[in-house]
Structure formats: structure tokens, C-alpha cells
Design a binder for this molecule. Sequence first.
Ligand SMILES: [Fe+2]
Length: 531
Amino acid sequence: MLTRRELIKVGSATLLLLYLNQLALGQDAEEVFPQGVASGDPSQRGVVLWTRVNPKVHARKRKDLLLQLSEDPSFRKFSTFRVPASSIGPHRDYTVRIDLQGRLSPGTVYYYRFVYAGVKSIVGRFSTLPQRARELTLGFVVCQNYSDGYYTAYKHLAQEELHLVVHLGDFIYEKIYGPPRVPGRAVGLPSGERVCINIEDYRHLYKVYLSDPNLKLARALHPFVHTWDDHEFLNDCYYDHQRGVWGYFVEAHPVGNDRQRILQLRQDAIRAWVEYVPARVQLNPKDPDPLRWIRLYRDFDLGGLAHLIVLDERSYRERPPCQGRFGVEGCPEQHKTSMLGKEQFRWFKDKLLEGEHGWKVVANSVQFSRSLVDGKFGSLDAWEGYAGERQAILDLISKGGRKNLLLLSGDRHAAMVAEVPDSYDRPSRVLGAEFLTPALSSINALEGGWWKRSWPQYATLEDYERAETSQNPWIKYLNMRTWGYSLIKLSPDRVETTLLSVNKYDEEAQKRVMARFEYSQGELRRKEVNL
Ligand SMILES: [Fe+2]
């Protein structure tokens, strides 16, 4: 929570809203709307708005839900949208999603709140995307295991002045890894299992994660654009195209190898995600082809300045090739496998070439850059396991003479900044930059000690980091000992990315700038940070 001193120090409109909302979080609003409010997928003319009504309150009152929308934070004038009581119910776990596509004006700040039986929710805010933008700032986050740490980073993210937040996945963790790392963050599943086995388990996790006031405030104050990674469904999952079902590496999972049970689990995971994440995605849950149940990949025109391309890197990918996936030597098959699947790959290539000189900002989930240390690849679960497809993407950009690729990545639970060369075998020029944001709260390499399994020759993590950066010249910054969030400021001729560190063990921790980089026309430069 914000302290009074912090408030007085900054005193912006954002903070005032934050403060008023924090007061509301302790009152009736919290009882009626326990998971707060959220907005997502803003466009020039619309947005998706979200809330959830407490089922106990709804059982007692059976009222319609009202949405009030205003350009004025004090709501002197507002438009009202009505959601009938009959459409709120267990079929969507009492969540409500309103798509205002086509009803809003470009480049406008809106305030909204829900009203149920006379009780007002906290106030949410979003801005529609501008028609023409000169400058835009995006936040990006990933990996927020609730029981691994506090969401102090979200408290700081909530206070940033942003156009939107890109969430790169692992919004929930489907597996309970053990006791919580901080007091008060224990998570159990309704089924009593250690891993989600049905829709109630997934729904429960979203509710637990959204009980956090800092996450609720960040969702209220910024529109989010989400992709997912594996943990919204199944750890390290891939698609077995021959069997027509997802495969996974979790040992002794209760669903076992039974195709029907895994497909049912997939339906459950998709349903819960769609219920709790405000995204405008295509759904065809009755399609005989499981790969058509959801189409999550989509794109956004950021006011002509940039093109945000959101990828789905977990639904279509083939099984990672070779023996082992982490810290291994690799094999020729890694040049033949597909991460994106045929249709998405075709779509992605079209999107990369669309338009002229604007930035191509890709919500990319898993690391794109090669990390090869003493002859072993860091992870074949990331793009290195799909190196042929990666090279085809680089060739496409390279042939067009473009240098406008900006990859926002996560998954690794580390902060990293890298040039994107035209080839990792024979790099000759730079086509863009990759920015990996650290986990918001999930366990990092220092806590997990992962590097020791494959590289015991490095006694400390710092030694390993030095080896990785010196052996992979495109990597310009690597920090595997941190947590936090990142910001990217886009302008027509350059971008500036700031990686921020926030200690997840401390609910009052301050944010700290770890590193700042500027990218322009094939040149990535580290900038001085004045603390
Ligand atoms: Fe993660």
C-alpha cells in the first residue's frame, strides 16, 4: 500500500486515483467486487472492460450490473451500460466482460466504474490508442507466482504514466511448488492436488492472485494486453501434432497421458483465462480441431508509431527437439521445428512486413536470443529449440532492409538486453533489440541455483553471467538475480527501455533502475542512469 508520505511526495492525478481506490478497497467495493476492475486490448475506438461480482451478494440481490463511463474522474457526466442480472452467473464464474469496440474516441482518457445494488467499484482508467502518436510508453511484465513473493513491483507499475501494459504470461502458476516464500501467500487448490486438474482449480488461482491489492490497482489504472506462456495451462507444454493433443513434461501429473483428459484440461484452462483476462480473442470451443479453440495471436496499431504483434508461443509449438531441454548441446532437429505453427507463422511474417518504417514491437514470451555457454545452449524450450524458424524470421527482416524489430520477452526469470543480429552463426548486422523483463515475483536463478546443474564450473551466478555475456556478443546486459518490471518509451526515431528492479520480499521496497538502453537504427547503447 502507498504511504501518506509517498503520496504527498508525488501528488499526481494518478496517485490521487490510486489513493482513493486504496481507501475503497477496504470498504463495500471490496465485498461486492472482490477482484476489482480491469481493462484490456485498447484500440482507437474501443476497449474491453472487466469485473467480477461476488456470487454471495448476487445470490441475495439479483440486480443488474451497471457500467458508468466518463471522461471526467469525478463522473459529473457519464454514459451507462447495463448488464442484466440473468447474464451474471456460474457459467462465467460471475465475471463480466464488456467490449466497447466502436463506441469510443481515439486518444482519449476514460474513467469507469461498475455499480451493483448501489455499491460502486473502485475507479478504473484507460486511454484509447491515438490516431497518430509521437511518443508512447508501454510497461511489460511476466511471471508472477503469487506464493513466490509480494507484488510490490505492481505498486510501482501502477504509478507509472503508461499507455498500456504488455503481460507476457505466467499470470498464474498451475502448479503449487511448495510452501510460500513470503508470509501470507500460501496457495491451495480446491481439488487438493498440487497441480490444476479442473476448471475450479484454475478459477481459484485467478481469484487468489487477484486478491492482491497492488495487482488490482495496476489493473485498474492501466489497460493490459495479454499473451500467455505455459503456466496458464501446463508447465513446458507443446502440441503433439500426430496425437492431436498437448504434451508436457510434468512428472506424475494426475491427468496422465489420457488424450480426453488433457483436452478437457485445456478447455478448462482456456475458459478460466478468458473469464479473468480482459482480451478480445477468437473462441471456437466446439471446433473439432483443438488448435482452433482459441486464437490468441492478434495485433494493435499504436498510432502509426508502432505495430504491437502479440504471439502465442505455447499452443502450436512442436515438441522441443534433442535430448534434454536446459543446458544441453542441441541437435540438427532444432533447425526443423516450428514454434508458431504454420498459420501463425504465415500471419506473423505478413505482419512483420506490413506498413513501412514503424517499430515492430513483438510480445514474444520466450527468449529469442541465442545463449550458448561452453558448448551448451541455455534453453531449447525457448527460440533456440526452434532455431530454423527463428532464422527464417531474421532473413525476412534482413531482406527488407529493416532494423525495426523490438522483442519484449520473458519466461527466463531474468533481465537481459540483446541486439538481434541477422544470424546467430555469422552475425553481420543488427536488425533490432530484445528486452527480457525479469520475473515480477517468481523464483529467479539465484534462488533456484539452476545454472549449477549444467555449468558447475561457475561457482557464483555472477561468474556464469559473465561467461554468458562474453561468449554471446549480442547480449549486452544480463542480470539473473533480480525481480521487477520494465518500460519501453517509443518515439519515431528511437526507443528507450528501462529495466526496474523491485525486491519481492519487501512490501515497502523502492524501485531501482537496473539499466537503461537506447536503440536506434541498428545501434543499441547503454545509457547512464543518474540515481
Ligand atoms: Fe515463469
